[in-house]
Design a protein around this ligand. Structure first.
Ligand code: ATP
Length: 350
């Protein structure tokens, strides 16, 4: 059972910069957790602290029953897969995969068995005698995975492992990594700045912003109930529309001076607040809806994006490909539960 617990873990670099503010969370055994956030938010620092590659400045990290604050990376029983694969160029695939085990002094026959098992799992049987330079990017990434698997770690750590692959291979590898982790049942922490990877791979997502946890939740919770405008804007492409809105005398919601929506404004809101609407939660209506002036249509194949102005504010809508998307004046209607409300000052969900 490998539960990972972080209790008020923080990182202050020697120059005084607090890259990770006190962070607490628990990862249950076998869970796949994705740390996601924009560049510089502290996700690699957090992962490297779990790995023991970076000292922590406060708090405690436990892996299983053990507090590992002062345990060397080599003794944490973890395996880390990096973006640049970190393979040895002069060794064959099989030697690369078995290297860690050889260092541990395992007998040759046992190493061979583990390497073969992993190679079968990863479709690498035909490449065992090749060197990394004779492999494609996806195959190299599989070798890096193989090297992690053979060590039977308690915890997998992934640091943006798919960043160097093209889009098609990335899609394929994320399915492979996820199904492999499920099969092995090993707890995993995966760092990415790619919200699609986070949404598709995670059991739970931790969204980081400027060294702080903005939200922890399942992909559905994060997407459907974003805790802040930051999360709402980061998860989803195109992002959620955020409109300045007010509560009118009758308690309904208004955008600008002329547009009133037949939805009750949140009672907890100040007079002014932000209204969030996902682009796909809007549909074209013949009449009686929200008037919008569409300026640009992007055709993406499965759907069309219609970008325009609503009450003078930017507003983007995604409609299925069978809907005729046009520029010029249109009226939209909101699907049920389309409206999200956020405090204008703090950005937090109301
Ligand atoms: P990216 O996706 O770009 O790798 P990240 O979210 O993984 O970003 P980190 O690498 O964890 O971010 O860095 C977090 C912050 O800490 C950044 O602002 C970075 O500049 C800063 N930082 C990282 N290493 C050091 C260091 N050794 N000394 C001072 N500041 C550092």
């Amino acid at each position: 059972m490998t539960v990972v617990t972080l209790d008020m873990v923080r990182k202050i670099y020697p120059n005084g910069f607090e890259a990770v503010k006190p962070c607490s969370f628990k990862i249950p055994d076998g869970e796949f957790v994705v740390l996601v956030g924009p560049s510089g938010c502290g996700k690699s620092t957090l992962l490297r602290m779990i790995a023991g590659l970076e000292e922590i400045s406060g708090g405690a990290i436990s892996i299983g029953q053990r507090v590992v604050n002062d345990v060397d990376p080599a003794n944490r029983n973890i395996a880390m897969v990096f973006q640049n694969y970190a393979l040895y160029p002069h060794m064959t695939v099989s030697q690369n995969m078995g290297y860690g085990l050889k260092n541990r002094g395992l007998p040759k026959s046992e190493i061979q068995k583990k390497v073969l098992d992993a190679a079968k799992m990863l479709n690498l049987m035909d490449y065992l005698d090749r060197r990394p330079s004779q492999l494609s990017g996806g195959q190299r990434q599989r070798v890096a995975m193989g090297r992690a698997i053979v060590r039977s770690p308690e915890l997998f750590l992934f640091d943006e492992p798919l960043s160097n692959l093209d889009a098609k291979l990335r899609n394929q590898m994320r399915i492979e990594i996820r199904s492999l982790q499920r099969r092995l049942g090993v707890t995993a922490v995966y760092v990415t700045h790619d919200q699609i990877e986070a949404m598709t791979m995670a059991d739970r997502i931790i969204v980081l912003n400027e060294g702080r946890i903005e939200q922890i939740g399942t992909p559905a919770e994060i997407y459907n109930q974003p805790a802040s405008t930051f999360v709402a804007g980061f998860m989803g492409a195109p992002p959620m529309n955020l409109l300045n809105a007010t509560r009118s005398e009758n308690g309904l919601l208004s955008i600008g001076d002329d547009i009133q929506i037949n939805i009750e404004a949140p009672k907890s809101a100040d007079k002014e607040f932000l209204l969030g609407i996902r682009p796909e939660d809007v549909e074209m209506r013949a009449e009686g809806g929200l008037p919008c002036d569409v300026q640009i249509v992007e055709e993406l194949g499965a759907n069309h994006l219609m970008h325009g102005k609503l009450g003078g504010q930017d507003f983007s809508v995604s409609v299925p490909k069978d809907v005729q998307a046009i520029t010029g004046p249109v009226t939209y209607g909101l699907k049920p539960n389309a409206a999200h409300f956020f405090d204008k000052e703090s950005g937090f969900r109301l």
